[in-house]
Design a protein around this ligand. Structure first.
Ligand SMILES: [Zn+2]
Length: 54
């Protein structure tokens, strides 16, 4: 079963470069990786809901 095409990240959050989607050697899912600065953007959909500061 293929993983869902969850490609919400388009640009690097650090430098704004358009990200590539690749699978890191220590992972098994595609991640948004910045080709310019190397930042890996992990998508945590479940985390979005629970980030309201108290
Ligand atoms: Zn970057």
């Amino acid at each position: 079963m293929p993983w869902p095409p969850n490609r919400q990240i388009k640009h690097c959050r650090s430098c704004g470069t358009a990200v590539d989607y690749r699978i890191p050697s220590d992972d098994n899912r595609e991640r948004a990786v910045c080709p310019a600065c190397g930042t890996v953007h992990y998508e945590n959909p479940l985390n979005v809901v629970g980030t309201v500061p108290v």
